[in-house]
Write a protein that binds this ligand. Structure first.
Ligand code: MG
Length: 395
């Protein structure tokens, strides 16, 4: 006989808004995935989910129809406790009540079949564990009493002290990281949890509790894909942001006309403190806007003489560095230049390639369009040139 406790009673404090188990991954909730991996186990008798008291309804609603159909009445969703340890104990107690015949309840000991059952305790925030892993853990727990899936550490571990010093350099090969589901003989784990609650014994997981009250814990190979969701980025869905930029420069004689770093043959050029590349200025503002990093004036104030005749390509690269440092990369960029004359047509492709090169991205993700202003307003009267840009960022 197999029981499962899925814990999801935490407040998702590091997740940055919302409850992580309720988020969707390709149309199914994290919780539904974490629960449904157990449905393929042939001897599954009962499953308990623990959640925050005020979110049990929302959690129930996020279990998919296939999961509801497969579990039928073989599950319950109950309020967890203040700590993970409390929640697991409450889940075990709920499973014991659900599976004990009414006549044996309140008589202390568990029915023998329940005492010897295997229980798998799983984090509701681990949606990618496989049914094969759950089966492997359950089978090892049936043989050895307790079993935990482990994965090798990819980073080199250090023992540390709070004052900023490394106190020991343990060998990486002697250490491993514990995952869930962790499997135990039901009677033993319930007993250990009752004693831990009575003594207020603090522990991080059930393996530690079993080792403290019952005995050795065996291990099986875990799964690299069985990651735990802690931060929103762990969901794998990239965060995306759109940014918009616009700029205008007067057209005067005696200045170069630069667009995206390409010099356009023209009698008139852009008047500016810097080299005046109106397209790159619009792109800079779009990048800064998408990343919420201010605007071109805050980074390169016109009153600062160091930007006189500055190459706008290097300004763009500086801004790109800030955007990258914040974790963002460009998905695509689309620009429009408004210029009455000369006709940009033949040079548009060179501008597009130059812009892609400055931004360090494939030219397929860069678009440059050209328009005239139909003879009206400053651009139409050849007194000015305008450019606008829209950029999409992801991280
Ligand atoms: Mg400008």
């Amino acid at each position: 006989m197999l029981l499962v406790v899925v814990t999801a009673a935490g407040r998702s404090e590091r997740f940055g808004g919302g409850k992580k188990e309720l988020e969707l991954i390709e149309g199914r909730s994290v919780l539904d995935r974490a629960v449904s991996l157990f449905l393929g186990l042939p001897d599954l008798a009962y499953l308990v989910i623990t959640g925050p008291r005020d979110q049990l309804g929302a959690m129930l609603g996020k279990l998919g129809p296939a999961t509801h159909a497969a579990l039928g009445s073989r599950f319950s969703i109950i309020p967890g406790g203040p700590s993970r340890r409390d929640s697991v104990r409450l889940g075990l107690e709920a499973a014991a009540r659900a599976l004990s015949p009414p006549e044996s309840r309140g008589k202390g000991g568990l029915p023998e079949k329940l005492d010897n059952a295997i229980v798998l305790v799983h984090d509701g925030a681990r949606p990618w564990a496989s049914t094969e892993l759950a089966a492997r853990v359950a089978s090892a727990a049936a043989e050895k009493g307790a079993a935990v899936p482990l994965v090798p550490l990819s980073d080199t571990p250090k023992s540390i002290s709070p004052d900023g010093l490394i106190t020991a350099h343990p060998k990486r090969s002697t250490l491993a990281a514990a995952q869930t589901p962790q499997g135990f003989r039901f009677g033993g784990l319930l007993d250990a949890h009752r004693r831990a609650a009575a003594e207020n014994y603090e522990c991080t997981d059930d393996a530690e509790l079993w080792a403290h009250y019952i005995g050795p814990v065996s291990w099986v190979e875990g799964e690299a894909m069985n990651r735990k969701i802690t931060y929103r980025s762990d969901l794998g869905n990239p965060e995306i942001r759109v940014g918009q930029g616009w700029d205008l420069h007067r057209l005067v004689s005696g200045r170069r006309l630069l667009l995206g770093g390409v010099e356009i043959p023209s009698e008139l050029g852009e008047e500016a403190h810097s080299d005046g590349d109106v397209l790159l200025h619009a792109v800079i503002d779009a990048l800064l806007g998408a990343a919420s990093l201010g605007d071109i004036g805050t980074h390169f104030p016109p009153e600062d003489s160091s930007w006189k005749d500055a190459d706008s390509r290097s300004l763009t690269k500086t801004v790109l560095g800030l955007v990258h440092a914040a974790g963002w990369s460009i998905v695509n960029i689309d620009c429009t230049v408004t210029l009455e004359a000369p006709k940009l047509g033949p040079l548009k492709e060179a501008v597009r390639r130059s812009l892609a090169s400055v931004l360090g991205i494939d030219a397929d993700t860069v678009s440059v369009k050209a328009k005239t202003s139909e003879g009206v307003n400053a651009a139409g009267e050849l007194r000015a040139i305008e450019a606008s840009a829209v950029v999409l960022l992801r991280r």
